[in-house]
Design a binder for this molecule. Structure first.
Ligand SMILES: [Zn+2]
Length: 465
């Protein structure tokens, strides 16, 4: 067998790993590259391999950096199946449609803005037709089931506890009485996250492909201290009639925040405060969450089976139409507005910031990673004047950051994951991490397990396994 890495190798986006067996090519993930526009577009149009040659795809989860280039496959003659968990099938459906829509809007905007001086227009990498074509190829599977992919190839999904439907994927290949097992971790979550079950312990494998997003970092724990901070924040908002603006990713993070606030209210630590979830995608994603109780942890399941909707309450309002969204701009606090994008690079949240940022009573709360050069990063770094829609704008609102909410395993979790594999694998490939993270995790694993061959593959490299 041969393993080749076409993305998320010494980087985090564009997760694409190919497992070649005699007569069969299996692709793990087909993610979108994100970054500088032209370079990313090139890497998303040309996947690095011939899509026609791929026999089947196994998708770890719906995040766009893992699923976002799937619609490119049928453009080039891919005619196999895409195996996913049932929840991922639904979630990837709405996210890929959203991705096609965003690309169309972005292209329209750029072409209009750059009309002069350009001879050719930029075009979307795919459209909603391509999305429909690939969704028809999806096969929704249950966690733990053995899936017969080809006569000598089987696969199974194991809950990764990262987002709804996320899975580590194990592939078994039988040849001449020998079985070789490859485990792809996908993105691993953390224990004790709301809604989701904890990541399943890893099944035995010969070869492990392991993510390393936080290979060199430890997270704060989301414990009592964080609850206290949220409690004080909401109390402050009530006294000062503040608007609390929370830029958050529409899928996963938004639902998690709703659960955490409901928990505080349920424990009697805060009085209910109006919460507006201003994102059409968040509304659709919450519907998908409701359809998949098989992914819930015990507590969420208990609420669900007691005939209560874990994602609803009389103080939670989903906002869909642009008119209702605009109405929120004029509204007075106290209230919480959760809106995307999570790094304030576009989306409705930028309008909310524009209207709220100059009032010192208001609070902007960050709950996720803010990449360099984004508006979110500038705010987290405490800039007093920030560009909003290109206009330098004075910031008077208070900035608060919560560090304990990552949906990714940290360094200790990743090391524990490897330790839990019994017997230990003979080879580990470290992927899905910036070079520094991947190298650091690789060195730590090597030091602890000198008999394992640890590799940090480069993009485009192939390895016999
Ligand atoms: Zn992910």
């Amino acid at each position: 067998m041969k393993l080749s890495f076409y993305g998320a190798a010494r980087s985090v986006t564009g997760s694409r790993h190919m497992l070649d067996m005699p007569g069969f090519r299996l692709l793990f993930d087909c993610g979108m590259f994100q970054g500088r526009r032209e370079e990313a577009a090139q890497q998303n149009r040309d996947l690095g391999f011939d899509p026609k040659s791929v026999s089947a795809v196994l998708l770890s989860h719906a995040h766009i950096d893992h699923s976002g280039a799937l619609p490119v496959l049928p453009q080039h003659g891919f005619s196999g199946k895409v195996y996913v968990t049932r929840a991922t099938a639904d979630l990837a459906g709405i996210m890929l449609e959203d991705s096609a829509r965003i690309q169309q809007n972005d292209c329209r905007y750029v072409n209009k803005k750059e009309k002069r001086g350009r001879t050719t227009c930029i075009r979307p990498i795919y459209n909603s037709d391509d999305v429909r074509k690939i969704l028809k190829r999806f096969e929704g599977e249950r966690y733990g089931n053995q899936i017969n992919i080809a006569p000598r190839v089987t696969a199974s999904f194991h809950d990764a506890g990262h987002i709804l439907g996320s899975a580590a994927i194990r592939v078994k290949y039988k040849a001449r009485g020998n079985t070789t097992t490859v485990l792809f971790s996908g993105d691993l979550g953390r224990s004790e996250m709301p809604i989701l079950r904890d990541p399943e312990p890893p099944p035995p494998c010969d070869v492990l492909i392991l993510e390393s997003t936080y290979g060199d970092r430890l997270h704060e724990r989301a414990g009592e201290e964080m609850k206290q901070k949220a409690q004080e924040l909401i109390a402050h908002a009530k006294t000062h009639k503040s608007k609390i603006i929370v830029p958050a990713f529409a899928v996963g993070r938004t639902q998690e925040l709703v659960m955490r606030i409901k928990q505080l209210v349920g424990e009697g630590r805060v009085d209910p405060i109006p919460i507006y979830i201003d994102s059409p995608l968040a509304g659709k994603a919450t519907e998908v969450f409701r359809r998949h109780p098989e992914c819930y942890d015990e507590e969420t399941l208990k609420t669900f089976t007691a005939d209560r909707d874990p994602f609803a309450s009389r103080y939670i309002h989903f906002v869909s139409s642009p008119e209702d969204s605009k109405r929120l701009n004029m509204m007075k606090g106290p209230c919480v507005i959760i809106s995307s994008s999570g790094m304030c690079e576009g989306g409705r949240v930028v309008h909310h910031l524009k209207h709220a940022i100059q009032d010192e009573a208001n609070i902007i709360v960050f709950v996720g990673f803010q990449a360099e050069h984004t508006l979110g990063r500038k705010l987290v770094e405490g800039w007093d004047v920030v560009p909003i829609f290109g206009v330098p704008t004075q910031r008077r609102a208070q900035i608060v950051k919560f560090n304990g909410l990552s949906a990714h395993a940290d360094r200790n979790d990743l090391l524990a994951y490897v330790r839990a594999i019994n017997p230990l694998p003979s080879k580990i490939f470290i992927v899905h991490g910036e070079e520094k993270q991947a190298l650091s995790l690789g060195a730590a694993i090597q030091a602890e397990h000198p008999n394992i061959e640890v590799q940090i593959p480069h993009r485009g490299s192939s390895h016999e396994v």
